[in-house]
Structure formats: structure tokens, C-alpha cells
Design a protein around this ligand. Structure first.
Ligand code: G1P
Length: 293
């Protein structure tokens, strides 16, 4: 019987330079979208897909991430005393989402190096990786489908999305061999951020992965690649030619919360979906847009 995927790794050690000055003194993952920090959406997505154990890879300026997923007895005591039971429950629920672990990357040597820090914690089982800049519109559904593909095939599976060729040089890009009806493709090769005229397809690696633990073997051998960094994609290229790598083309939207314009889009869309605020926010938004046009 195949073990279901229960552990996830969230690399969150990056400096967030695309979002300065907001990220000068706080982690980019803690910037709120409506009323929750961005990383909480990603954690909730993982939990919806069945993940129960989450390892967050951090760097020295990321203490707030640990505090957010830890208990805060002082705050809980104050909320209890003031009879703010809903708020108390919300604060406690964050800690109960999963079992949280944290480890530091040590040096900013690239995404592949960040994921390698998870080796001992993961041990000998399949695991998911979620890049926290991307917030999935369909929450846990895409990752759930990728895990299903892994359970059926025992292969590593990467989430893919069609993009226009002008965007492809911002992403990992695979050469794919066959496509089934369910959006599953066999990856024969994969390159990180290829120039448009060298890209093997119009499929982009989105920030969701399910890996078999042999990924770590290849990560150890990866030499600095694009941008002088140890690239996760370069270890995936080794997986593709050895134990196998599948892609699952995900027809779902996402927000790039690390990018200012897309962050605004996410705030508006998530605000409109919000149970308590959505209706009032829609009225307010119409009024503001009416005034501006
Ligand atoms: C990373 C990965 C890239 C992937 C992208 C998805 O790049 O290296 O393969 O396509 O995330 O967002 P980054 O955006 O960190 O430069």
C-alpha cells in the first residue's frame, strides 16, 4: 500500500525584494491578504489536501512566521478575559492546523538548497513542496489532484500551467511526451527559466510539487545553475531521466502574492469572497471605481 502524502515543505527563506519597502522589516509571507497572512492561505491549502506535518524553511529575519503558527498564551489570556471567544478560537485554530516545524536555510543558495534542508525531516517518504508566493484560487484542489496522481503512479508529480511564450522565461519549463485526458503528462526533460526561443513547451512549473524522497539524492549533486543558485528544477531534470517525473496540468488560477499588482488583485478577489466582508466590500469597490473613472 502506498503511503499517502502527509508531509509538506514550504520554503520561506527569500528576502522578498520584489515587495520592498513592505518587506524591509517583516517577512513577505506575513503580508496580509484581507485578514490572514499570505502563508496561512498556503498552509490551509496543504491541510485541505491531507497534509498534517509542515516544515517551513526560514532565514534569520523570519521569526514572525514561527510566532504566527505557535500558541500565544498572553494574547489568549487577554482574549479570554475580554470574552472575545471568536477571536480566541481563530487564534487557537491556526496552531491546530497541522504540526509545524521550522528549520533555517543557513545561506541563500537557491530553492534547491532550501528544499535540501528538509532531507532529515522528510526521511523516506513522499512529500509536497508549496512555494508560498503562489496562492491558489481553488485552494486544496490542485494539490489534491497531484497527490492522487502520485498515489496512482508512485512517481514525482509537478504542477504545470499553460502560459504565453513571453512569460516562459520566468519559470521552470518541461519537455513533455504524452498527455492523458486527466492532464497528466510525462516529462522527459525540464529547464529553469529558458529564453523564449529555447523553451521546450508553453508549460510552466507552478509552485506545487509532490516528490519521492530520491529527489534529495539528486539535489546533493546539483551545481549552481541559473542566477548562480542551486535550482530545484536541475534536480528535477535528474528525476525525469531516472525514476521518472510526471506533470499534472492544472487548469486553475493563482495569485502571485509576491508581486505588487497581483497582490492587489488577490486582495480584491479574496475580499469579495470573504464571508463577513464580501457584500459590503463589493458596494464599496463599485463606489470607489465609479469615482475613479
Ligand atoms: C521558482 C522555480 C520555478 C517555478 C517558479 C514558480 O522560481 O525556480 O521553476 O516555475 O518558482 O513560481 P522563482 O519564482 O522563485 O524565481
Amino acid at each position: 500500500m502506498v503511503t499517502p502524502v502527509r508531509k509538506a515543505v514550504i520554503p520561506a527563506a527569500g528576502l522578498g525584494t520584489r515587495f520592498l519597502p513592505a518587506t524591509k522589516a517583516q517577512p513577505k509571507e506575513m503580508i496580509p491578504l484581507v485578514d490572514k497572512p499570505a502563508i496561512q492561505y498556503v498552509v490551509e491549502e496543504a491541510v485541505e489536501a491531507g497534509i498534517t506535518d509542515i516544515l517551513i524553511i526560514t532565514s534569520p529575519s523570519k521569526r514572525a512566521l514561527e510566532d504566527h503558527f505557535d500558541r500565544n498564551p498572553e494574547l489568549e489570556e487577554i482574549l479570554k478575559r475580554k470574552g472575545k471567544t471568536d477571536e480566541l478560537q481563530q487564534v487557537r485554530d491556526i496552531t491546530d492546523l497541522a504540526t509545524f516545524h521550522f528549520t533555517r536555510q543557513g545561506a541563500p543558495l537557491g530553492l534547491g538548497h532550501a528544499v535540501l534542508q528538509a532531507e532529515r525531516h522528510i526521511g523516506d517518504e513522499a512529500f509536497a513542496v508549496l512555494l508560498p508566493d503562489e496562492i491558489m484560487v481553488d485552494r486544496g484542489e490542485p494539490l489534491t489532484k497531484m497527490i492522487e496522481t502520485h498515489v496512482e503512479t508512485r512517481s514525482s508529480v509537478v504542477g504545470l500551467r499553460e502560459v504565453s511564450m513571453t512569460e516562459i522565461s520566468s519559470y521552470g519549463c518541461p519537455a513533455v511526451e504524452q498527455q492523458g485526458d486527466d492532464g497528466v503528462v510525462k516529462i522527459s526533460a525540464i529547464v529553469e527559466k529558458p529564453p523564449m526561443d529555447e523553451a521546450p513547451s508553453n508549460l510552466a512549473v507552478m509552485g506545487r510539487y509532490v516528490f519521492t524522497p530520491d529527489l534529495f539524492r539528486y539535489l546533493h549533486d546539483v551545481r549552481p545553475g541559473v542566477g548562480g543558485e542551486i535550482q530545484l528544477t536541475d534536480a528535477m531534470a535528474q528525476l525525469a531521466t531516472s525514476s521518472g517525473l510526471l506533470g499534472r496540468v492544472i487548469d486553475a488560477g493563482s495569485y502571485d502574492a509576491g508581486q505588487k499588482l497581483d497582490y492587489l488583485r488577490a486582495t480584491v478577489e479574496l475580499g469579495l469572497q470573504h464571508d463577513e466582508l464580501g457584500a459590503d466590500f463589493a458596494v464599496m469597490l463599485k463606489e470607489i471605481v465609479g469615482r475613479a473613472t
